[in-house]
Design a binder for this molecule. Structure first.
Ligand code: AHG
Ligand code: MN
Ligand code: MN
Length: 340
């Protein structure tokens, strides 16, 4: 069977009615090439000397793993010279990264979580890269890009995607025309379209949440999970199953493939923090993918893609996946705030 390559898919999209721009096409090609390089480093493991931690901490106060830093550098280097970007931002960098003056500048902004699921690196379990593309505001033309230029709601994203480094390496992508999954053919070095128009079933029996935080959850989250746990004899009338991979990429890949609900909600461990996951380079791109696949995504009360960001590294509660389940959890939050 002759499969379509990523390049073929992108060229077709360029010629389609909604015409993908050539800068965006180049951008996706370059990001996907960087993900190939990261995939190669990941697969070497101990043989490549890429496992383990560094002495450093990132801006979120998390110890950096070697692969966090390697992946960040691969993405920066790959994307600097193409002329398609105005600036980049990453989980691993406190502030934005401007395109050096020796290179031409483009009109797009690239944000990424270079290595998602860091705690899985050393145990040979799936990890990934998440990315999001925004258009630089028109008002920024002719001047230097600032952090404020990045603070756009997720609904304005032009492209969102992730690469998953698992038993296979895959690239899952949306340009706002559905969700396409490409598998890396390691011998040929090319991405082949293997999963066309990925869709999330509206119902599911599978939920993903870190249960060890149960005692810190808000009442609506407790209510929802309690009802799932009650199974067949409870109000839901069916048994549920739990999965938690501790890498958002892997958990979201599962639910984009066969349905499910994923939650990393606000909890009372650090009440001042809205959640653990980062809005701009984790929750937003994943929410765009999930919505494009027919699912839903909220922070418990509102659609994540509608949130107006106020800072680059801001955190957010996340409830996403199968539509009917996400709507139920969101309804429980609204009911709780009404009765309060
Ligand atoms: P990162 O490795 O980029 O810091 O992200 C890890 C995130 C996310 O991928 C995952 O769902 C979650 O942290 C796991 O958190 P717990 O260790 O609290 O389960
Ligand atoms: Mn992450
Ligand atoms: Mn990360």
């Amino acid at each position: 069977m002759k499969r379509k390559t990523l390049t073929q898919y992108l060229v077709e999209q360029q010629r389609a009615e909604h015409a993908l721009g050539s800068e965006v096409r180049l951008l996706i090609e370059i990001v996907s090439r960087a993900c190939k390089t990261i995939s190669h480093a990941v697969s070497k493991g101990a043989l490549g000397g890429v496992l383990g931690s560094l002495e450093s901490e990132n801006v979120q106060g998390e110890v950096q793993k070697k692969l966090d830093v390697i992946s960040n550098e691969v993405l920066l280097e790959a994307n600097e010279w193409g002329g398609h970007l105005a600036a980049m931002a990453s989980e691993e960098m406190e502030t934005i990264h401007l395109i050096p003056n020796r290179y031409p500048k483009g009109e797009f902004l690239l944000l990424f979580d270079p290595l998602d699921g860091s705690s899985n690196i050393d145990i040979n379990v799936s990890i990934g890269t998440i990315f999001s593309v925004l258009r630089a505001p028109a008002s920024a033309s002719g001047r230097e890009i600032t952090e404020e230029d990045f603070l756009q709601p997720g609904s304005t994203q032009v492209v969102a995607g992730y690469a998953i480094y698992g038993p296979q390496t895959m690239l899952v992508l949306t340009i706002g025309q559905g969700v396409m999954g490409f598998t890396l053919d390691r011998e040929m070095g090319s991405w082949l379209l293997t999963h066309e128009n990925m869709t999330i079933p509206a119902d599911t029996k599978e939920f993903a949440i870190n249960m060890s935080n149960m005692r810190h959850w808000a009442p609506p989250v407790r209510r929802y999970i309690d009802e799932c746990l009650a199974g067949k004899t409870g109000v839901r009338g069916k048994d549920f199953n739990t999965r938690w991979i501790a890498a958002m990429v892997a958990d979201v890949h599962r639910l984009i493939t066969r349905g499910g609900i994923f939650m990393y909600p606000w909890d009372a461990r650090e009440p001042g923090k809205p959640g653990k996951l980062r809005l701009m380079y984790e929750a937003n791109p994943m929410s765009m993918l999930v919505e494009q696949a027919g699912g839903a995504s909220t922070d418990g009360t509102q659609r994540i893609l509608d949130i107006q960001p106020t800072s680059l590294h801001q955190r957010v509660g996340v409830v996403l996946g199968s539509k009917n389940e996400v709507e139920l959890v969101t309804r429980y939050h609204h009911e709780a705030s009404k009765s309060a």
